[in-house]
Design a binder for this molecule. Structure first.
Ligand SMILES: [Zn+2]
Length: 466
């Protein structure tokens, strides 16, 4: 039988036919009440909002992400959680630098002549770059190089509009630039650089993210424009500002005077990759990745709060910024934790729950399966409602370090991610829309997670490292 029973829930949680594991499980009225909070229509409302075009793909940093944070905080408050930030706020703040390309102050013309037609800047330096002289030896000595935009014909056609394509081409250009101090890049008007330039001048970018190359002034000039023999060039520096980033974090305190000192963390990343350069649909909505996980965290908060008595152990619900920039928000969380790390039983991170693989509805797989027995505990609980939690033969070990659980693991805390799909064709693309989610599947998987987690926080099953 599945030992979901605990002394506390015994009065209400009845197992019929205890010999048939999972089958014939009748959930107690208390658990039924809690599970009803995990409701398809309420899940839909949350995920449809978080993945709406209005939030513009929740880039870090962006206004869309800030609005999403406010929504998560409001929902945590409504679930009766206690804010874990200063003064009971739900926000754990981090300050970081961010930058944007300048839109003004650019000069590119023949000395004392009119300005040349330009497309714009693809990057700018930490300091302004100025050059006035002949475009020959003099330019070379000043570190100014004239290059052609890298061709796109060796890239798959489907990728040509994606931000990654522009990123790959930019790396190629930087490679060709060597130790140049500034670059004039001759660019066809339909090159991916043109859209990228627009994007970078309209939005602030995080500093210190993964794969951030050093700043380099790069001016795009249409390749049909003839450069004059003597040039007056002034490229202003990057604009900077400080950005406040917010993990959103709430506590459901356990009821057992001793065990409430121990907490299980349920986490998901709130950010996504923002806008791409595809003119037809630039918004990377990130419905499955990871509005689905955030929605699950919120509905689990509702469900655990709806139990007539709080579970014995504490539960921490948190959403992170900057996962897509290199797990930055979760790193900030473990560097300055609002709860002692040694009293975190485990981090269960929820990632991409809404699009099951073919033939795998009502199932979810856990990363790093063999590193602890958390998967086994969750699986036993989830089976009570017919949800299968398992080790994915391809992804469980491969993706163990690919999400926010890795920040906990790096600090010696047990951490795993739970996922219900695979890296589908809309992953990080404009097609990751909420209308493509399998909501009945997602709802049921959340209910399964609830029953699995209940075993840890109520039945005091303690996952151990292997
Ligand atoms: Zn993700």
């Amino acid at each position: 039988m599945i030992p979901i029973l605990s002394p506390f829930l015994a009065f209400c949680l009845v197992l019929q036919n205890p010999t048939a594991a999972g089958k014939g499980t009748v959930l107690s009225p208390a658990v039924e009440t809690a599970l009803r909070e995990i409701d398809l229509h309420r899940l839909q409302a949350a995920v449809a909002f978080l993945a709406s075009d209005e939030l513009e793909g929740r880039d870090t940093p962006s206004r869309g992400l800030r609005v999403a944070e406010a929504y998560v905080a409001a929902r945590m408050g409504a679930a009766g959680l206690k804010g874990m930030g200063p003064g009971g706020s739900f926000y754990l703040e981090t300050r970081r630098g961010s930058w944007k390309l300048p839109r003004e102050g650019l000069v590119c013309r023949e000395v004392s002549g009119p300005g040349l037609p330009q497309i714009g800047l693809l990057d700018a330096g930490e300091k302004p770059f100025t050059f006035r002289g002949k475009l020959d030896e003099q330019a070379r000595e000043a570190g100014l190089r004239i290059l052609r935009a890298p061709p796109t014909d060796d890239l798959p056609a489907a990728f040509r509009g994606s931000p990654f394509t522009a990123g790959i081409l930019l790396r190629r250009l930087r490679g060709a630039a060597g130790n140049a101090r500034a670059v004039i890049c001759r660019t066809p008007r339909n090159h991916p650089f043109v859209r990228m330039a627009k994007l970078l001048s309209s939005r602030f970018q995080m500093e210190g993210g993964r794969r951030t190359p050093p700043a380099l002034p790069i001016l795009l000039v249409p390749d049909e424009v003839e450069l004059p023999p003597v040039l007056d060039l002034r490229i202003p520096a990057r604009l900077r500002r400080e950005t406040v980033l917010r993990n959103v974090c709430g506590l459901l305190e356990g009821r057992d005077p001793e065990r409430k000192r121990e907490a299980l963390v349920l986490s998901a990343h709130l950010d996504h990759i923002g806008l791409g350069t595809d003119p037809k649909d630039p918004i990377r909505n990130g419905a499955d990745d990871d509005a689905s996980g955030v929605t699950a965290v919120l509905s689990l908060a509702d469900a655990f709060s709806a139990l007539p008595e709080r579970p014995r152990r504490s539960l921490i619900f948190v959403t992170f910024w900057g996962e897509e920039k290199g797990l930055l928000g979760s790193r900030a969380f473990v560097e300055d934790p609002p709860w002692p790390l040694e009293r975190i039983v485990a981090d269960l991170n929820l990632e991409m729950l809404g699009r099951p693989e073919k033939g795998a509805r009502f199932q979810a797989w856990m990363t790093g399966w063999r590193r602890s027995d958390l998967g086994k505990i969750l699986a036993e609980g989830a089976a009570g409602i017919g949800v299968r939690i398992f080790e994915h033969p391809r992804y469980s070990s491969r993706l163990f370090g690919a999400s926010d659980n890795a920040s906990f693991v790096a600090k010696g805390v047990l951490g795993h991610s739970l996922s219900a799909g695979s890296l589908h064709e809309d992953y990080h693309g404009p097609g990751d829309e909420w209308t493509k989610l399998d909501l009945p599947h997602m709802t049921k998987v959340c209910q399964g997670i609830f029953l699995g987690v209940l075993r840890i926080v109520e039945d005091l099953e303690t996952p151990r490292k292997r």
